[in-house]
Ligand binder design. Structure first.
Ligand SMILES: Nc1ncnc2c1ncn2[C@@H]1O[C@H](COP(=O)(O)OP(=O)(O)O)[C@@H](O)[C@H]1O
Ligand SMILES: [Mg+2]
Length: 299
């Protein structure tokens, strides 16, 4: 089959691994930079060009859309969806995953453990919001942060107030979240593909850091998830509506607390830590989507 891989750079680890895995299974795969695409929309028509060539004839699309180009990348992905090309992560599901508040609100409508979380926008409301999530220390997050950037901890009420003053002054919305102290500096990352956990690691932050992101210097060790963690990861992915996701979970005394569902999870850390060929699982899932898609007229 013919696969379109939306990615800014073919040399990125995840991109090159997906290309390798697709070719190994006998597919044709093209890396398309979404930023280089021109989408032309008119009454009842939508066409797209990449480097002046019309983008046509793909059987499936795999989006790898970075947080810095979410809106444009989703417009490009929507073009494929409009032409009934199956997407390994739909534009709607990616949009849901990108906003931490929106994602947690969605999860909270289902039976998935999440940390107590509050949203506030008024200085007068800070105290009540902090109390509602269990008091200080409290976690403060930007709605659209990634790779640990935009996740802070405040140890005192004054610290919360001055941080929020600054962030609100910059026009940022934030969430306040219960600090899960027993998992300080640790979390679990589960890679879910097609409704199954294909690999999982425990990430440990470097000394003096509470964020366990690999981009912040954390280290990954392979783990076999307990059943309740496995179920939470699969359920969170299903609720957000993603085909492929990296689910971040904290290990609280009361069990799994899902903090984030990533729609373009990095493959390097998880493949290196677990030795699992995640890229091939993603390609195999793309094959299933094509197989299951209703027969459609090729453009
Ligand atoms: N409520 C929390 N309690 C304790 N640690 C947390 C909490 N939320 C986040 N962390 C730590 O911060 C890291 C980044 O948080 P996350 O919500 O996944 O944002 P990002 O999108 O930046 O990865 C997590 O991997 C975890 O180590
Ligand atoms: Mg995370």
């Amino acid at each position: 089959m013919r696969i379109a891989l939306l990615s800014r750079n073919p040399r990125l680890y995840s991109t090159s691994r997906l290309v390798e895995a697709a070719r190994a299974r006998g597919h044709t795969i093209e890396v398309i930079d979404p930023i280089g695409c021109v989408v032309v929309i008119g009454r009842n028509t939508q066409r797209m060009f990449s480097k002046n060539v019309e983008v046509l004839g793909f059987d499936v699309v795999i989006p790898r859309i970075g947080a810095s180009i979410t809106d444009y990348g989703l417009a490009v992905l929507a073009y494929f969806q409009r032409h009934a090309v199956p997407c390994v992560n739909s534009p709607l599901a990616i949009a849901r995953s990108r906003d931490k508040l929106r994602a947690l609100q969605r999860l909270s409508a289902h039976d998935v453990g999440i940390p107590r979380t509050a949203i506030a926008r008024d200085p007068e409301a800070i105290r009540a919001a902090v109390d509602a999530v269990g008091g200080v220390p409290v976690i403060i997050k930007l709605l659209q942060g990634t790779q640990g950037v935009g996740v802070m901890i405040a140890d005192t009420a004054e610290g919360v107030e001055s941080t929020l003053d600054t962030l609100w002054g910059l026009g940022q919305n934030i969430i306040l979240q219960e600090f899960i102290a027993e998992s300080r500096g640790r979390d679990l990352r589960a890679l879910v593909v097609g409704g199954e956990v294909v690999g999982a690691m425990r990430r440990t932050a470097r000394d003096g850091e509470f964020r366990s992101n690999l981009h912040r210097g954390g280290a990954g060790q392979p783990v076999v998830l307990d059943e309740e963690y496995r179920r939470a990861a699969i359920e969170a992915t299903r609720i957000i509506g993603l085909d492929v996701a990296g689910v971040d979970m904290l290990e609280s005394k009361e069990g799994p607390r899902v903090i984030e569902v990533n729609s373009s999870p990095g493959l390097r850390g998880i493949e290196k830590a677990t030795g699992t060929d995640v890229a091939t699982h993603v390609i195999a899932h793309a094959e299933r989507l094509v197989h299951e898609a209703p027969a459609r007229t090729r453009e």
